[in-house]
Design a protein around this ligand. Structure first.
Ligand code: PEP
Ligand code: MG
Length: 564
């Protein structure tokens, strides 16, 4: 939505608030495509012969591959595996041979690269599964090769000369891996919402972010804008003095948030459990340095994104021990069993040829046909807990029935560990009281709970208005799960992206949620926000959010309750 303020002659664009903070600076656009004029100017390149054209191709392929390798070295998680695989694909001999063949047909190296990539993309797509997923990476390589050949800047996120507001349609994980938080004041996207890749990365880096901002990609390059990540606004043509005042006030507030060191409690002294979401040993070590009281979600599948074979129990135990060790003797770690399938394809736990993988054999359902997979993982977790002396709780993803929960809990308890299940399927929220009769704790995965409650694919950027955890229907499911927890006197946490939103965190605590688990970077802003409000204010925030007509009205109502 766009509004024009005639008193100040400023234009206000509105989107979904993702990471709070007010910043002001020039717009720099992310380039999705290479200028068609540059490609036309280049034509067939005017090379003396095919050898000279291939020399240009080899130079471009080496530069693209080196760039991927350098970016892989700068990231620590699953993104590194994706980038390394892309470097290999850019250097692929088969792709090169297809380019040689294309050159023989005339038209120059750009046409040859396009034809070769088209051919590979068709083959990958027809193979389905993981290979089909790689078509996006192939297209990214194609754009990069052509940019090199025609002498245009690389597509993707630019490295701005001065601190700037980066504007994009939406960002892919490979785009965001090279982001320099020193030069990026804010991220603003035209599409996507609170759970998009851009939102997740912005939260991890602590960069103010507004998603789903209609009209933002039409702004002029270099236009001066004020971005408010809490209100979800982008203001064009704002008074510079007023903007400087707002930015200074925000910086002061963000410094106060960063200085918050816990322990987490509301203003009237009621303790709150803030936990970290981690994916491997290094992220667990980083999280252990933050004011957290444990790990609320260890996504074990993220350790195996690049593995074709299931690791042995011994190897798995080593991987899990690296996550448990930093918390041993201090806090518990909630380990989630493999959540393979749908948006997290794992080669050794794949269920091929599903019409609708998000509703297919994923998460806990994989162990129906393959019980050994679950047994071996639980053995490895128990071994890691024994070796490190850490307190491991274990939960299963994608649980839909009480029967599934009971069967899983028995397997976990057989190994002397505490058992819980995730609430991601609405049926689990509706039956939370009965689930709690058979498990020790519940953890609400708001990303999937929102997707399934709203029947809206969490990856579909055009459905961001539905995949918003502030949707009143989603909040009702969370609230009824929290009430069941209070009645059973058992912990009910939230570990989806919703927990990282300081505003929503107040409402979740007001509903009776007992722990919030989030990216380590998000812990301080959430802790600081909770320290400013009493339990009564949290309850009022919960009522306001639950009774709002829609997500934006909910945000506005909670901001009013908090006096923001
Ligand atoms: C969730 O669904 O909210 C969740 C925490 O699990 P994931 O995002 O890994 O699917
Ligand atoms: Mg999930």
């Amino acid at each position: 939505m766009t509004t024009f303020d005639s008193a100040t002659s400023a234009t206000l664009l509105r989107g979904t608030p993702v990471v709070p903070g007010v910043v002001a600076g020039p717009v720099v656009h992310v380039r999705d495509e290479i200028s068609p004029e540059a490609i036309e100017r280049f034509g067939d390149g005017g090379f003396a012969d095919a050898d000279a054209a291939m020399e240009a191709y080899d130079g471009a392929a080496a530069a693209v591959a080196d760039d991927f390798t350098a970016r892989a070295a700068a990231v620590s998680d699953g993104a590194a595996a994706v980038l390394t695989a892309s470097a290999g694909l850019a250097r692929d001999k088969g792709l090169r041979a297809a380019v040689v063949k294309g050159l023989g047909e005339g038209g120059g190296p750009v046409a040859a690269v396009r034809a070769a990539v088209d051919q590979f993309a068709t083959v990958f797509a027809s193979m389905g599964g993981l290979m089909a997923e790689r078509v996006t990476d192939l297209r990214d390589i194609e754009r990069r090769l052509i940019a090199h050949l025609v002498g245009e800047p690389q597509p993707g996120v630019p490295v701005p000369d001065e601190p700037s507001v980066v504007v994009a349609s939406d960002l892919a994980p490979s785009d965001t891996s090279g982001l320099d938080p020193e030069r990026v004041l804010a991220l603003v996207t035209e599409r996507g919402g609170a759970t998009s890749h851009t939102a997740i990365i912005a939260r991890q880096l602590g960069i103010p972010c507004v998603a789903g901002t209609s009209g933002v990609t039409d702004l002029d390059e270099g236009a001066f804008v004020v971005v408010d990540g809490e209100a979800g606004t982008v203001e064009v043509g704002a008074d510079p003095d007023e903007a400087a005042r707002r930015v200074a006030a925000s910086l002061e507030r963000r410094a106060a948030l960063a200085a918050w060191t816990g322990p987490a409690a509301t203003a009237d002294g009621v303790p709150v459990k803030l936990l970290a979401n981690v994916i491997d040993g290094p992220s667990a070590e980083l999280a252990a340095k933050e004011p957290v009281t444990g790990v609320g979600l260890f996504r074990t599948e993220m350790c195996f994104l690049d593995r074709t074979e299931e690791p042995s129990v011994e190897e798995q135990a080593d991987i899990y021990a690296a996550v448990l060790a930093p918390f041993a003797g201090r806090h518990h770690v909630v380990v989630r069993t493999l959540d393979a399938g749908s948006d997290k394809p794992i080669a050794f736990a794949a269920h091929e040829d599903e019409e609708n993988p998000a509703l297919g054999v994923r998460g806990l359902r994989l162990s129906i046909d393959n019980p050994g997979l679950m047994d071996r993982q639980l053995d490895a977790i128990a071994l890691a807990a024994e070796r490190t002396g850490a307190e491991a709780w274990v939960m299963a993803p994608m649980v839909a029935t009480v029967d599934e929960a009971a069967g899983f809990a028995a397997l976990v308890r057989d190994r002397g560990l505490r058992a819980g299940v995730m609430v991601e399927v609405p049926s689990a929220a509706l039956l939370a009281d009965r689930m709690l009769e058979v498990v020790d704790f519940l953890s609400i995965g708001t990303n999937d709970l929102t997707q399934y409650a709203m029947a809206a694919d969490r990856m579909a950027t055009d459905l961001a208005y539905l995949t918003d955890p502030w949707q009143p229907a989603v909040l009702q499911l969370i609230s009824m799960t929290a009430l069941a927890g209070a009645a059973a006197d058992k912990p009910v946490g939230v570990c989806g992206e919703a927990a990282a939103d300081p505003l929503l965190a107040t409402a979740l605590i007001g509903m009776g949620i007992t722990s919030l688990s989030m990216a380590a970077r998000a812990v301080r802003p959430v802790g600081a926000q909770l320290s400013e409000v009493t339990q009564d204010v949290c309850r009022a925030a919960a009522d306001a959010a639950l009774s709002a007509a829609d997500p934006m009205a909910g945000r506005a109502a909670v901001r009013e309750v908090l006096g923001h």
